[in-house]
Design a protein around this ligand. Structure first.
Ligand code: BG6
Length: 509
């Protein structure tokens, strides 16, 4: 196991939601698991004028996000943890603001012996990533002559290929690429990492993992929630930017990539980059029209409760064309995947929360059993990212009795059956990796740009064309026409709340 050196975590945007909701609970769990180094301090900073004590109250003792974790914990444990948290109000005065922050960092470093090792976590709006990096640079807080320095940035990483490139270049002016950690919380999920292990630590899947045996690949990411309180952000983003460009393309890369030479961060990321670069970019209008689909949820009643349509949500333009559902069909131009269609969809306000990858295998090339509906009985490998994490293989078995009637049976594996220990939450895992200097599960600049290269033309097309925005009732699996995207098959597999549920689960009725 890697060593975690003494260090300080400096969080920008410390009075914001992400800090209380994700970061502090993740650090608390790391503390409980004994993963923090002996000397460790968190310094939260933002423009809000609060004291150390108030910060501790907000994010620990009175935080609704830590309530359950604190229950039953000894007072001493909680007090020790709180005592490691500090707060500094960042003065808006350009000249004194960052100098004073630096003084505070130096004094905490001296007092708590954090060995000049600093992680700067930018949990702020993306518009200030560059200014913060610049200020840190001007204060020499990027220099690694004494201790290492790392910069973690949250998504969205850019708004388009152009802005992502600009942001990369800007951050790289002040920090080296090896110091920059671009967080994608899906890579922190055990089941996403398990895609690599399933593929490359077994000899039963990889020989079949190609165009000779795979008919198509389907990825569904569904959320039952709507845009909640994030209408302002979401309306400028949409499903394709919010989920597909980052999280889902990372999953696609792990499904598509070639085996890396070894498990080092650079080898894995090199292969992911190659995978992303092999996605066929859709360029002409005909291809874009035929292979992309967008939609928005409309008001409905779910389990007896009325829910708003997207355009009625807070801070959403009543005439908005922003998609809350996006579905794509695309190809991967390389030796392994030639002519295998990939279908990916993501949406809010679907019947259930689920993310899964389905590998649909081809029918046996010589059909001996002429049972009806054999096509729908083709083998499937379902890798369930969340929830009810696990893997399911669908295969044909003989129905007892005369003749050869074939039925589909399940071979399943559930993560829950393995779990003896606490499974780290995505943020916990990713923070610990950054604390140990392991960037494997962070996106590199070139990966992010390759992902935008694929997504950009779709966004441009949607923005500048009359491509329809379909409506779908909140709580359903999206517009019916989405099934037309999938050629010659029964359409999307609509998974249920549990891994082994049969498809077409719906809560609206
Ligand atoms: C975030 C998106 O990155 O991921 C949200 O901005 C989305 O819109 C969330 O709800 C989904 O994450 P998870 O881990 O709940 O699937």
């Amino acid at each position: 196991m890697n060593r975690t050196e003494n260090q300080m975590l400096i969080i920008f945007g410390a009075s914001g939601d992400l800090t209380a909701r994700k970061l502090i609970p993740a650090i608390f769990n790391l503390a409980l698991g004994g993963h923090l180094p002996e000397n460790f301090v968190v310094l939260g900073t933002s423009r809000s004028d609060i004291s150390d004590e108030e910060f501790r109250r907000n994010v620990v003792s009175e935080s609704e996000h830590l309530e359950d974790d604190l229950n039953g914990k000894k007072k001493k444990v909680v007090e020790k943890f709180s005592g490691q948290l500090f707060y500094h109000k960042l003065n808006s005065d350009k000249d004194s603001g960052y100098a004073a922050l630096k003084d505070r960092i130096i004094s905490l470093n001296q007092e708590f012996h954090t060995d000049n090792n600093y992680i700067f976590y930018l949990s702020t709006p993306p518009s200030v990533y560059e200014p913060i990096a610049k200020e840190l640079y001007e204060q020499d807080l990027h220099k690694e002559d004494k201790g290492w320095k790392r910069l973690i940035v949250e998504k969205p990483f850019g708004y388009s290929l152009k802005t992502a490139k600009e942001l990369n270049r800007a951050l790289q002016r002040y920090f080296k690429e090896s110091q920059i950690y671009r967080i994608d919380h899906y890579l922190g999920k055990e089941t996403v990492q398990n895609l690599l292990v399933t593929r490359f630590s077994n000899s039963i899947f990889e020989p079949l993992w190609n165009r000779n045996y795979i008919h198509h690949v389907e990825i569904t990411n569904a959320e039952s929630v709507g845009v909640e309180k994030r209408g302002g952000y979401y309306d400028k983003s949409g499903a394709l930017r919010d989920m597909f460009q980052s999280h889902l393309l990372q999953i696609v890369a792990l499904v598509v990539m070639e085996p890396p030479l070894n498990a080092s961060p650079e080898e894995i990321r090199n292969e992911k980059l190659k995978a992303l670069k092999s996605l066929r970019v859709m360029e002409d209008e005909k291809t874009l029209h035929e292979n992309t689909m967008r939609a928005q949820y409309i008001a409905s009643t779910i389990e007896g409760k009325a829910v708003n349509g997207y355009r009625e949500e807070e801070n959403v333009d009543p005439n908005s064309k922003t998609e809350t559902f996006a579905a794509l069909k695309f190809f991967v131009d390389n030796w392994r995947w030639a002519d295998v269609p990939f279908y990916v969809r993501t949406a809010k306000r679907m019947p259930t929360k689920v993310t899964e990858v389905v590998i649909h295998f081809k029918s046996p090339h010589h059909q001996i059993f002429k049972d009806s509906g054999m096509n729908s009985k083709d083998n499937k490998l379902i890798i369930r990212i969340q929830p009810d994490e696990g893997i399911l293989i669908k295969f044909g078995v003989k129905v007892p009795g005369q003749g050869f009637k074939v039925e589909r049976a399940n071979l399943d594996f559930y993560y829950s059956s393995l779990v003896e220990n606490h499974i780290m939450e995505a943020y916990e895992r990713l923070l610990l990796d950054a604390m140990q200097g392991d960037p494997t599960l962070y996106a590199r600049a070139d990966e992010v740009e390759a992902a935008w290269t694929f997504v950009d033309p779709i966004l441009e097309y949607w923005k500048n064309s009359d491509e329809k925005v379909y409506g779908y009732s909140a709580g359903t699996w999206g517009p019916e026409t989405a099934d037309d995207l999938i050629e010659g098959s029964a359409g999307w597999r609509n998974p249920g709340a549990q891994l082994a549920d049969d498809p077409n689960y719906c809560v609206i009725c």
